[in-house]
Design a protein around this ligand. Structure first.
Ligand code: ADP
Length: 319
């Protein structure tokens, strides 16, 4: 391969830029030309494609978001859209593509793969919901953003002796809630993977209160439902003054953590190696701190699982 492309797609995540940089530098190191495809699959179909040089990715390793921009594009789910994309790739002589994004973006990579076009998926999403990897790029940074918020809310919760319900992102996965809840010392963590019982939640709150606890922090994953509803339930069943904070998109931004930058650098470079080895249709990941790659079709057939032992531990530590 002499020319490859790179795009970022779907929800942005801190560390995507570090991954783009790694793709570009690794390719150039191997004397391969690199093209940036702007605005995800939308830009691919419209030929928004420009060469990237060593300097094009200078001074971006520490920046959140993605210099290639991202977009959601329904048309790419259709045969017509995919053929338009391949036509553009052929026009520029691009022989392989690195796609950085979440599971929706992987579906686009899968579609191209099924049409015989070599693609490698790099997991870039704060949600940590992609099978075939222990961690996705952006998850660690998002966790740090969430625990910074929890720490601050804890101060005001203590001062006013209130119960706080904090809603975090994660789509259908509870990883952000679980990890940030554990790291932030939350009393209760609600995730979509484990059913919760409002009576149990309230019993635990009352037990803490009777023991003299000044505040309670409950972390709710967005996949469970609205934090407002959880707070309403608590107020109906107790006399505790309850407040809600929905963290929202603040969780997607910010400078990537050291851990995310290293992960992005390793995964981006590995994706290029795979293309140069002639291995398309793969998804890269990290397992037990080793780089791995799997058939992207098989990755999409699997379901992401949450760490049950960690969930149990969080319950044990917040009795
Ligand atoms: P994420 O990659 O963060 O999960 P989305 O689910 O929005 O984000 O997916 C990003 C883009 O991937 C979509 O806007 C669409 O262009 C493309 N995509 C999603 N599903 C498919 C599919 N089944 N076939 C082809 N392209 C898809």
């Amino acid at each position: 391969m002499k020319k490859i492309g790179v795009l970022t797609s779907g929800g942005d995540a801190p560390g995507m830029n570090a991954a783009v940089r790694a793709v570009v530098r690794k390719a150039i190191y191997h004397e391969v030309e690199v093209f940036g495809i702007y605005h995800g699959y939308q830009g691919l179909m419209e030929g928004e494609i420009r060469p990237l040089e060593i300097g094009s990715v200078g001074d971006i390793i520490h920046r959140g978001g993605t210099i290639l921009h991202s977009a959601r594009c329904l048309e790419f789910k259709t045969e017509e859209g995919q053929l338009k994309g391949i036509e553009q790739l052929n026009k520029f002589g691009i022989e392989g593509l690195v796609i950085i994004g979440g599971d929706g973006s992987y579906r686009g990579a899968e579609a191209l793969t099924k049409r015989g076009y070599p693609c490698v998926g790099v997991p870039g999403t704060i949600d940590n919901d992609i099978p075939g990897t222990d961690f996705t790029i952006g998850f660690d940074t998002a966790l740090n953003t969430v625990i910074d918020a929890i720490d601050k809310i804890r101060d005001t919760a203590t001062s006013h002796e209130r119960t706080y319900v904090i809603e975090v992102m994660g789509r259908d996965a509870g990883d952000i809630a679980l990890w940030a809840g554990l790291a932030g010392g939350a009393e209760t963590i609600l995730t979509p993977e484990f059913k919760y019982d409002a009576d149990d939640l309230v019993t635990k709150l009352k037990r803490g209160h009777d023991r003299g606890k000044k505040h309670s922090i409950i972390v709710v994953a967005e996949g469970v439902g609205s934090a407002v509803d959880v707070a309403r339930q608590i107020e109906e069943l107790t006399e505790f003054e309850t407040r809600v904070t929905v963290l929202g998109h603040v969780q997607r931004g910010g400078s990537p953590s050291a851990s995310d930058r290293v992960l992005a650098s390793r995964l981006g470079a590995r994706a290029v190696e795979l293309l140069l080895e002639g291995k398309g249709g793969r998804a890269v990941g990290i397992e037990k701190n080793q780089l791995v790659d799997y058939d992207i079709v098989e990755v999409l057939e699997q379901k992401h699982t949450i760490d049950k032992k960690m969930f149990d531990l969080s319950a044990e530590l917040s009795i």
